[in-house]
Design a protein around this ligand. Structure first.
Ligand code: HAM
Length: 535
C-alpha cells in the first residue's frame, strides 16, 4: 500500500467541515476589515526565500524543499528554433528521448539532439554548466547512433561560457567539439522551492505588479506551506496557513501603529468568533535595523565567553546571526540564553514610541496582551512589532499564529520602500484548538429522497426541485428496498425521508417521515420545501 508521505496527511470528511467552518469565518471577519484575497504560486525561486526570510534562519538553512528545475520537454521547441537559426544547413534532427535511452536514470539533464547536417550527423547537447558526465552521455548517444548506421560528430553547446579544464580534457579525448555561447535569458537551470511561508511571495507580487499604486494593500491568503521539520503533533511538513499582509508606500500610512493594533484586534475578534477564548497574545518589539545592529553587537560580546558551552547551532549563530540564538530549543542552553541582553534595551526613541502607541490602542480597544522580551521570531525580515498568539491546549507546538512588521523586506527584494505588517495562523493548530466538533458544524441532509422500483427519474426530478430551495438532499436508488432506504437515510443523518412511488407521483403528493420523531405526513409537491425546512 502506498501511504501519504511522512509529515503530510489527508483531511477527510467530516473533519473537513471544521476547516470549512474556520475558513468561512475567516473570510467573513477579514471582509469586515476590508481585506482582499491574494493567491500566489506554491513554488517560487529559491532566491526569494534566501533573501526574504534569511539564509541563517532554520527555515532556509534546513527546512526547505528545493530542487533544480532542468529543461522541460516543452522547452525543446526553443532549442530547435535556436538550432535552425544557428545551423541553417541543418537537414533534420530528432530529440533523443532521455526516458527511452535510459539516460534519465543516470541523471541526464539538458536536451540532447541527434541532428543531420547536410548528410552527416551530429549529436548536440545543450548544457548550462557542462560536466564530464555530459560528455559521457554524448558518447553513449553517439554509440547508439552507430547501431543505426550513422557516425555522428559530437557538439557540446555550453550556455554559460565556462567549461572547467577537466571537462575540456575529457571532451578532447572523446573528440567532442565544444561551442560556447552566451544567450540572453536562455534556459538556465533554476532553483525552485516549495514555499515555506507566504510573506516573501506576497511582497514579491507587490513589487512585480507595482501594487504601490493602490496605496495601502490589505491582502489575505489561505493555503499550504512546506517545511521539512521533524513531524509531531501540531507540526507537519505540509501545513496550512491563513495569513494577511498590510503593505504600502509610507505615504499610505503603512507604518502607523494604528495598522499594527488593527491587525491584532482583528485576530482577537477572529479567535473570539471561533469560540477560542484562552489565547495569550505575546508582544515584543525587535527594533529598527539600526537598533538590531547594536543589539547584535552586544549579543556577540555576551555570547563570546559562553558560546563554547552551547550547542553547535548556537556556536555558529553566535558568529553569523546572534539574534537566532533565541530560536534555540536545546534545554541545556536555556539558562545561558536567559542571561543574554534583550532587544528591548536597545530600542531607539522612535521604535519605543511606535511600540508604546501600539500598546495604547490595544488597551483602548480591549485586546489583552503580555510583553515577552525573548520573542524574536524565526524569520529575519522582522522590524519593530513582533507577536505570537499561543494557546495552552496545544502542547509543545503552542503558537497558533505569529507575525510582525517587515518594514525593509520590499527593499531587500529590490522593490520600493513599502513598510508592512502581517501574520500567519497555523490552520492545522487553529482547527485543533476549536471546541466545536465536526459533527457540530456539519450540515447533514435535510431530506433523503427514496425512489421505489422504477422511480429513479421521478426522484431525481424531485431532488432537483428541492435542491433549488437550498435544501441538502441525498438521493437514493430504486433498487433499494424500503428498509434499505431507511437505513441509508439514517446513516446519512437525514432529518426526513421522502418516498417516491407511482401512487405518490400520480397524486402529486408525497409521504414525508421525520426520522427523529417517526411522524409521517402526506405533503403536496408544492409545499414540500417549506415543510422540510420546518417553516
Ligand atoms: P511562522 O511563525 O513561521 O510565521 O508561522 C506562522 C504559524 O504557522 C505558526 O505560528 C504555526 O501556527 C504555523 N506553523 C509553522 N510551521 C508549522 C508546521 N510545520 N506545522 C504546522 N503549523 C506550522 C510565518 O510564516 C510568517 N510568514 C508570518 C508573517 C506574515 N509575518 C508577517 N506576515
Amino acid at each position: 500500500m502506498i501511504k501519504a508521505v511522512r509529515g503530510t496527511r489527508d483531511l477527510l470528511p467530516p473533519e473537513t467541515a471544521l476547516w470549512n467552518f474556520v475558513e468561512a469565518a475567516v473570510r467573513d471577519v477579514f471582509r469586515a476589515y476590508n481585506f482582499q484575497e491574494i493567491r500566489t504560486p506554491i513554488f517560487e525561486s529559491t532566491e526569494l526565500f534566501a533573501r526574504g526570510v534569511g539564509e541563517e534562519t532554520d527555515i532556509v538553512a534546513k527546512e526547505m524543499y528545493t530542487w533544480e528545475d532542468g529543461a522541460d520537454p516543452a522547452d525543446f521547441a526553443i532549442y530547435k528554433e535556436w538550432m535552425t537559426r544557428n545551423f541553417p544547413e541543418i537537414g533534420s534532427y530528432k530529440n533523443i528521448d532521455p526516458e527511452a535511452t535510459g539516460l534519465r536514470q543516470r541523471g541526464l539533464s539538458g536536451p540532447i539532439f541527434l541532428a543531420n547536417f547536410s548528410g552527416h550527423y551530429s549529436v548536440i547537447k545543450f548544457k548550462y554548466g557542462p560536466t564530464a558526465q555530459d560528455i559521457g552521455e554524448m558518447i553513449q548517444v553517439g554509440e547508439r547512433s552507430k547501431d543505426e548506421g550513422v557516425r555522428p560528430k559530437l557538439h557540446l553547446v555550453t550556455l554559460s561560457g565556462t567549461v572547467h579544464d577537466g571537462v575540456r580534457a575529457r571532451a578532447q579525448d572523446a573528440g567532442v567539439k565544444i561551442e560556447e555561447l552566451t544567450i540572453e535569458n536562455f534556459l538556465r537551470p533554476q532553483f525552485l522551492t516549495l514555499r515555506p511561508e507566504n510573506t516573501a511571495g506576497v511582497v514579491r507580487a507587490y513589487i512585480q505588479h507595482d501594487l504601490q499604486q493602490n496605496g495601502l494593500n490589505k491582502l489575505y491568503y489561505i493555503g499550504p506551506q512546506f517545511r521539512r521539520e521533524r513531524p509531531q503533533k501540531g507540526r507537519y511538513r505540509q501545513f496550512y496557513q491563513i495569513g494577511a499582509e498590510v503593505i504600502g508606500p509610507p505615504s499610505s500610512g503603512s507604518e502607523s501603529p494604528a495598522r499594527d493594533a488593527e491587525l491584532l484586534e482583528m485576530l482577537a475578534t477572529l479567535l473570539d468568533r471561533l469560540g477560542i477564548t484562552d489565547w495569550n497574545l505575546e508582544l515584543n518589539s525587535v527594533g529598527t535595523p539600526a537598533d538590531r545592529a547594536k543589539f547584535n553587537e552586544a549579543l556577540r560580546k555576551a555570547l563570546d565567553p559562553v558560546k563554547d558551552k552551547m550547542c553547535g547551532d548556537c556556536q555558529r549563530r553566535a558568529v553569523t546571526n546572534p539574534l537566532r540564538v533565541f530560536d534555540c530549543k536545546v534545554p541545556e542552553d536555556q539558562p545561558i540564553i536567559e542571561t543574554l541582553p534583550r532587544i528591548i534595551q536597545f530600542l531607539s526613541e522612535d521604535a519605543r514610541k511606535h511600540f508604546d502607541a501600539v500598546q495604547e490602542i490595544l488597551t483602548k480597544v480591549g485586546v489583552r496582551f503580555s510583553l515577552n522580551d525573548r520573542l524574536v521570531r524565526g524569520l529575519d525580515y522582522y522590524t519593530r512589532t513582533a507577536f505570537e498568539f499561543t494557546h495552552g491546549a496545544l502542547g509543545a507546538q503552542n503558537a497558533i499564529l505569529g507575525g510582525g512588521r517587515y518594514d525593509g523586506l520590499s527593499e531587500a527584494l529590490g522593490g520600493p520602500a513599502a513598510p508592512g505588517i502581517g501574520f500567519a495562523i497555523g490552520e492545522d493548530r487553529l482547527v485543533m484548538s476549536l471546541k466545536e466538533t465536526a459533527e457540530g458544524v456539519l450540515r447533514k441532509p435535510d431530506v433523503y429522497v427514496a425512489p421505489m422500483a422504477g422511480m429513479n427519474g421521478e426522484a431525481a426530478k424531485l431532488a432537483h426541485e428541492l435542491r433549488r430551495h437550498d435544501l441538502v438532499v441525498e438521493l437514493g436508488d430504486d433498487t433499494f428496498r424500503l428498509k434499505k432506504s431507511f437505513e441509508a437515510a439514517t446513516k446519512a443523518g437525514a432529518k426526513y425521508i421522502l418516498i417516491v412511488g407511482e401512487n405518490e407521483v400520480k397524486a402529486d403528493a408525497f409521504a414525508v417521515k421525520n426520522l427523529e420523531t417517526g411522524e409521517q405526513v402526506q405533503v403536496a409537491r408544492g409545499d414540500l420545501a417549506a415543510r422540510i425546512r420546518g417553516a
